[in-house]
Each structure stands twice: as C-alpha cells, then as structure tokens.
Design a protein around this ligand. Structure first.
Ligand code: MTE
Length: 347
C-alpha cells in the first residue's frame, strides 16, 4: 500500500490573500483553487443541534447552555455572543488564547479518508454519514463490556469546551474549539482491569455511509490507539461538538478523539468501538507506512517526516509559516509521560 499523503505545503501559497479553505491538493501536490462553499457561519446559526439529534436536552448535560439558538442576530451581534469569543468566556486551564480557526474553514478543509483523499471530499460527501442512531461497543479489559447508545454515553458526562491547537502531520494547523468530555472520565467509568495497558479506538466500517471505503487507500476500518496513561492525561478529550454546535460529519460525528500534543491523524473520527487491551494497537497509519508513522506520533519539530521537515507549519488562515513547538506546545502537560524514552525511535 502506498502512502497517499504529501506534505500540505512547503511552498508559498498562490494567491495567499484568498481564503485558505479554497486550497486543496491534487495527488501530484499541485494546488488548485476551488470556489469557497456556502456561508456556514455558526455565529448566525447557534444550534440546539445536539438536542435536535438526541431529542433530549438532558442528554447534553452542562454543555447545552452554549448551544442556544439565537435567531435574528446580526453577524456582529452573533459574533459578540459567540461562546468561544475571548470576551464572553473565561479561558479554562487547557485552552489556548490563540485565534480560533473559523467554523467554515474547520469544516471544509478536512482529512477523512473514508470520504476521499481530497481536503474537500469530507464536507462534500458527509451527508451520507448518519450519526444517529449510533452505538459504541466497549470491550476488552473492562469489568463491564457493553454496547452503549451514543446519547446515553454522552449523558454520563457534563460537556466541557476546550480550545486546542491541532497540528496535522502534513504541516498545517488549526485552533479548534471542541465540546465534549475528558477521555479519562469515560475510562474510569468503564473500570479497566489491571491488565489494561492501552486503549484501541475503531471507526465505523460501512461503505454506504463512507464511500471512500470502497477504495483500499487505507486498511479499513480506521484504527488508532493510546497508551492507558496517555488516555488518562487531562488533555485527552472525546469531542461531540465543535464551535458550540454538534460535530459535523466531516469532523467525525458523532464521537471523535482529540489528543492535541499528537499529530492530527491520532484524532480518530466516527468511533464505534473502544477496546481496553494489554497489547499496543496496530494503528491504520502504522500498517500503511510503518517507516513514516509510529504509534506515538507526538508532534516533534526535531524529527522530520522521512519526506519533509516538521520544523514549521502553516496555520490555516495565516500567511507564511510558524515554528512547530515540541508536543504542539503542550510539553508542560505531557512531556513527563515519555521520560526516559527515545522519541526518535518511538516516533
Ligand atoms: N479519522 C478517520 N476515521 N479517518 C481519517 O482519515 N484523518 C485524520 C484524523 N482522523 C482521519 C481521522 C487526520 S490525518 C487528521 S489531520 C484529522 O483527523 C483531521 O481532523 P479535522 O478534519 O477535524 O481537522
């Protein structure tokens, strides 16, 4: 299997003043300019969308207040009322102060190979994904294996928001305001046995909902994993929403992983199974290209991808490139997890 991925860009962006969502990549790395999509500005359309999906307000726990519909607001008023705007909301201990990537860009420039390998495929094709009804199988080294409905799972936890940087292995980055709950809270609730050392996540396998799975670009279903102590780190997060709205299909509805100190491909989307295990999971990208993608995939500017440097990144919406930070800027929170490990070997 050949790795279809190429560096996002190591060359100046043509027409750099255009919105970056208009950029995408062809397989030979040449750029073309697409017409930007329709106006999806959430600031004009605060949704009770999660409640619409679940049919129950209670299922949303503490996150619902940020999902209130605000009809009739001008975009300036709506912007001022954005629950993620700096003025409205005190930042939590894990939030970055950096400028949040607008909803339109975060939802139209995506990697989700189950829909296709072009950045625009997920937004274009995500309508085929049906995030309700949805169940998550929980098994392996847990005291009570079970298959649980997503709304029930969500109702176990008050929803929190987290503004995290996300750095793709291809060399671009965004700042994403997620809504969800800490992965540690879920794991503790599952009562792992003493044998549990890793957590394996599996995404949906269904060629009707995921047309890209008809092509063997990757081995399906998409699989990812974390060491148990990584999963228990307070930064590890399960997202069910983005920008105060229910997670759109293209961003991994109805449930995705967010581990902000790792390259974006660890953030598996549309999860249907969580398995606690004593063995290190064989992840999709390790199978596809073991010489290029390791299990840890911690953001590390000192270790180049075999085909491109990881020293810098392009923040979507900005001109030029900025320096990539070790552990994507989360070293204080996570560096201790890797004490004594050679992160060149354990890449
Ligand atoms: N999850 C699944 N199931 N399939 C994928 O192809 N792509 C990964 C990750 N999760 C992927 C996935 C990659 S490479 C990245 S960079 C992020 O999702 C992108 O997340 P975003 O589109 O929400 O920004």
């Amino acid at each position: 299997m050949t790795d279809p991925r190429t560096p996002e860009d190591q060359t100046p962006t043509p027409q750099a003043t255009e919105t970056p969502i208009a950029e995408t990549q062809t397989s030979d790395s040449q750029r073309r300019i697409l017409t930007p999509g329709s106006d999806l500005n959430p600031r004009r359309e605060f949704l009770r969308s999660a409640a619409m999906f679940t049919g129950t307000v209670a299922a949303l726990g503490g996150g619902l207040e940020v999902l209130t519909r605000r009809p009739g607001l001008s975009s300036a008023e709506a912007q001022a009322a954005d629950p993620f705007s700096r003025a409205d909301r005190p930042l939590g201990p894990y939030d970055t102060k950096e400028k949040v990537t607008p909803y339109q860009q975060a939802t139209t420039y995506n990697n989700f190979y189950e829909f296709g390998t072009d950045k625009s495929d997920p937004a274009r094709l995500a309508g085929s994904l049906k995030p309700r009804p949805w169940t998550v199988r929980i098994d392996g080294e847990v005291r009570k294996p079970q298959t649980i409905d997503i709304d029930t799972l969500q109702s176990w936890f008050p929803l929190e928001d987290r503004i995290y940087r996300m750095r793709c292995v291809e060399g671009w980055s965004m700042v994403m305001p997620w809504l969800g709950f800490p992965l540690a809270a879920l794991i503790r609730r599952l009562e792992p046995t003493s044998k549990a050392k890793y957590v394996q996540f599996t995404a949906l396998l269904d060629t009707k909902q995921f047309p890209g799975q008809k092509q063997q670009v990757l081995k399906w279903p998409y699989v990812e994993g974390l060491r148990l102590d990584e999963a228990l780190n307070p930064l590890s997060f399960m997202a069910v929403g983005l920008h105060g709205r229910t997670l759109p299909g293209q961003n991994g509805a109805p449930l995705r992983l967010v581990v902000p100190w790792k390259y974006g491909f660890k953030n598996i989307k549309s999860i249907v199974r969580i398995t606690l295990t004593d063995k290190q999971p064989l992840t999709t990208w390790m199978q596809a290209a073991p010489q290029e993608y390791g299990f840890y995939a911690n953001v590390n500017p000192a270790v180049s991808h075999p085909r491109w440097s990881q020293a810098t990144e392009r923040r979507i919406g900005e001109l030029g490139r900025r320096k990539t930070l070790p552990f994507n800027g989360y070293a204080d929170e996570v560096a201790a997890l890797y004490k004594g490990m050679d992160l060149r070997k354990n890449f």
